[in-house]
Design a protein around this ligand. Sequence first.
Ligand SMILES: *[C@@H]1O[C@H](CO)[C@@H](O)[C@H](O)[C@H]1NC(C)=O
Ligand SMILES: *[C@@H]1O[C@H](CO)[C@@H](O)[C@H](O)[C@H]1NC(C)=O
Ligand SMILES: *[C@@H]1O[C@H](CO)[C@@H](O)[C@H](O)[C@H]1NC(C)=O
Ligand SMILES: *[C@@H]1O[C@H](CO)[C@@H](O)[C@H](O)[C@H]1NC(C)=O
Ligand SMILES: *[C@@H]1O[C@H](CO)[C@@H](O)[C@H](O)[C@H]1NC(C)=O
Ligand SMILES: *[C@@H]1O[C@H](CO)[C@@H](O)[C@H](O)[C@H]1NC(C)=O
Ligand SMILES: *[C@@H]1O[C@H](CO)[C@@H](O)[C@H](O)[C@H]1NC(C)=O
Length: 511
Amino acid sequence: MKVIWWLFILNLQNMGFVLGVGHHKYCRHDFPPAFVFGSATTAYQVEGAASQDGRTPSIWDTFTHAGYANGATGDVAVDQYHKYKEDVKIMAEMSLDAYSFSISWSRLIPNGRGPLNPKGAQYYNNLINELISHGIQPHVTLTHTDLPQALEDEYGGWLNPRIVKDFTAYADACFREFGDRVSYWITVNEPNVFALGGYDQGVTPPRRCSPPFGINCTRGNSSSEAYVVVHNILLAHASAARLYKRTYQEKQKGLIGISIFTFGVVPNTNSTEDVMAAKRLNDFTIGWIASPLVFGDYPDAMKKLIGSRIPTFTNHESELVKGSFDFLGVVHYTTLYVQNDPGSLLRKQRDYYTDIAANITNFEEIFVTAEYPILPWALQGVLEHIKQTYGNPPVYIVENGQRTKRNSTLVDTSRAEYLQAYIGSTLDAIRNGSDTRGYFAWSFLDVLELLDGYGSSFGLYYVDLDDPDLRRLPKLSSYWYSHFLKGGSVSPDILIQLNTNFSASRGHFFQ
Ligand SMILES: *[C@@H]1O[C@H](CO)[C@@H](O)[C@H](O)[C@H]1NC(C)=O
Ligand SMILES: *[C@@H]1O[C@H](CO)[C@@H](O)[C@H](O)[C@H]1NC(C)=O
Ligand SMILES: *[C@@H]1O[C@H](CO)[C@@H](O)[C@H](O)[C@H]1NC(C)=O
Ligand SMILES: *[C@@H]1O[C@H](CO)[C@@H](O)[C@H](O)[C@H]1NC(C)=O
Ligand SMILES: *[C@@H]1O[C@H](CO)[C@@H](O)[C@H](O)[C@H]1NC(C)=O
Ligand SMILES: *[C@@H]1O[C@H](CO)[C@@H](O)[C@H](O)[C@H]1NC(C)=O
Ligand SMILES: *[C@@H]1O[C@H](CO)[C@@H](O)[C@H](O)[C@H]1NC(C)=O
């Protein structure tokens, strides 16, 4: 899922300059042989069949049904539940090595706890088998914003430590049912963005916040809940990872990790204050998750600035969390410019954004639904930062892609340019020693986006929502990616050729 983190959406106009950026020319054989290229979606954004075959609502269903996703819901979404065979065929034609998707917890275990729903298990078995029979690796995320509503109602979901036990039991069911064929597991997607959107700003499920922060929440506490939620997610992740490592890993030979939403971060000036503010912002976004996983505790800057509002790890918890991953998943879209803002620490009411004591200055470019600026060096910077700060762990880039207006055109040149630039910068990072092992373009096709419903899109494939059959149509970006995956070299010149050829033949490309 691409979360449109509304505070931070940017719109720098100049797209053209990218043609001069990065590699003049590269191809997939420049990457290590085992490097995996794929594309991603998540359950609620594509499956549909929301109340079919025993699935119960998640907090995301509740959110969309209250009208918060631009009036759209995932009741039907793009109906992958019924169209998975067609979609896997497209993936195979595109030459994807891998497909990253998530399991709907409330489809597999209705209401979050108790017996498995056989029809839910059957769906994921079918999807996994279909992928494998087409030579496509399944990469599976256990939960992606879509906590069963029943657990939210019963005890407050991720706010309550009781979630650790229920999440571990759910993970156990997934490892047991699917782990013989799934070798890559992500426990929880982007805990940092999930917690901020859902519990500080209150703009994403489950919409909790408190004045003066957020918008129109009826309950919550923006000063503390996001920190509590991330804490519980880290404990739940660690518990599931320990179970996997102890019980399944030796036999199933898979890997387990967690994903982190990242930004490129650039200080506004080279003053010590702004450079420190940029460092803090990295600690607050990446370090919030990575530091406990690697070192067993939150970054010092966070503990100092947040004080008693951030939970403390007991020694036992710290030991559990430390080292509880085989890889980190990196989600990356865009870049923030920051300046030091010590004044925010003097405010009477504090939350994450005031705790950072840094002002995001490309702020006025926010509410624009346009495309992201193409700043590939920022992804290289994130990978370099992870390499240097966290001991060069294995990394999978689990989401990266360009946003456009949903129904504008199939000739999505800016998306093809974006992919070309960012995959090129991934290559640069690998050449400089980063242990990055995979890249997943968000998204395989146009999906339900979290805040924007069907208004914006990231897909390599367009889905015609006016067609009762929801037909899929390739965009230029799928043509570009497929060319690259089949071993073709890519460069600004090749992109122009592909553009010309695609425009001439679009819609018939895969025949
Ligand atoms: C907040 O609630 C008020 C009053 O119900 C409403 O007028 C306003 O549009 C709401 N704002 C948002 C952003 O939902
Ligand atoms: C939020 O939680 C903090 C820390 O527990 C507490 O000090 C504060 O009073 C709470 N604020 C609200 C609005 O409930
Ligand atoms: C900061 O220093 C770097 C390296 O010397 C330079 O490239 C950059 O332009 C400087 N940034 C600003 C805002 O002055
Ligand atoms: C943050 O940056 C914006 C844009 O430059 C500016 O308008 C605002 O005054 C700054 N806020 C603070 C607290 O410095
Ligand atoms: C495209 O989407 C926009 C915004 O949802 C809408 O206003 C417009 O009519 C749509 N255009 C077409 C051709 O469907
Ligand atoms: C390459 O890696 C070295 C060693 O970690 C580091 O010092 C250097 O800054 C990196 N170069 C780039 C361009 O990131
Ligand atoms: C575009 O089409 C021309 C003419 O068929 C062909 O020679 C060229 O190789 C194609 N370019 C790419 C990048 O596929």
